[in-house]
Design a protein around this ligand. Sequence first.
Ligand code: PMV
Length: 325
Amino acid sequence: MRTIETSAPGKLMLFGDHAVVHDYPCIVTAIDQRMTVRITQVDNQEFNVSAPDVDLAEYTKPLTELGERDIPKAVRFLETAYRIFLERYPQENGIKVQTKSEFSSSFGFGSSSAVTAAFVWALTENYEIPLSYKELFDICYKTVLEVQGVGSGFDIASAIWGGTIYYVKPASVVEALSAEHLPLIVGYTGIKADTATLVKMVNEEKRNNPRKIDSIFREIGSITILARQAIQANDWIRVGILMDQSQELLAQLSVSSVELDNLILAARKADAYGAKLSGAGGGDCMIAVASKENAAEVKAAIQAAGGEVMEVLAHASGVRIESAE
Ligand code: PMV
């Protein structure tokens, strides 16, 4: 029996948070912490998963019942993706799946998107169905929308294409940016944010106050376009200034939090070029850019303010096959 192992990276949103849901661009970088998926084809017609990192010892379901009954949270993305895949590419035999994570699902690094991308990529290799990245994206994005209801798909795109990309939903624009040397510092607030709740909250605010919220989105969009130029030019001072401006707008959307504000302020006081929240807000991580000489001081300041410094490298590679034997 063949065993395929694939992996996909986690991500951090650099610019365009929330506005990307409303058709503005964003910039996202893949990080060097990955989700790994190992699948083995089996002789029966069952879907079998073990995911010890999310406390799932073992889960089995007949292929004919995929998507039925209550699906445990830990397998919701996998089972939905598998059902969508089999609807498009029917197969006789089931599979056994094992997942492994290099990072906790609490950080907001996009573990669900990364595991979905790695899993579907493994399926295409296992069943020998060559898919383009765009076709892979479509299956994964459909999965996310079914499970989560909302989302721009930026995290799926980052897991697939990797590097640092300028993205417009639904992968209508995916442009690779050269950000190998992005001097990124990441601080975790210790608080798990719920992306779907925050996105729905902003949607509600947009319904109540369309003029104000549309104008914030427009400004976030303009900053993202400027940030794309600054990143291409490796102008990290300018990137920092644009991060500060983004943070101001995200605070106006009411998605920042006391903990995020404290870490962001601490980074700025320690002379980071700039800092902002990353992603939906409400918790998870903040990001900063700082000179090499100043990085240690900025990290110490984030720690002193109660944050946990996450040692991650930006611009990691996208989904890939680790082994096939
Ligand atoms: O909270 P995260 O890291 O999953 O990022 C969410 C980013 C949003 O723009 C708020 C939502 C989205 O899907 O783009």
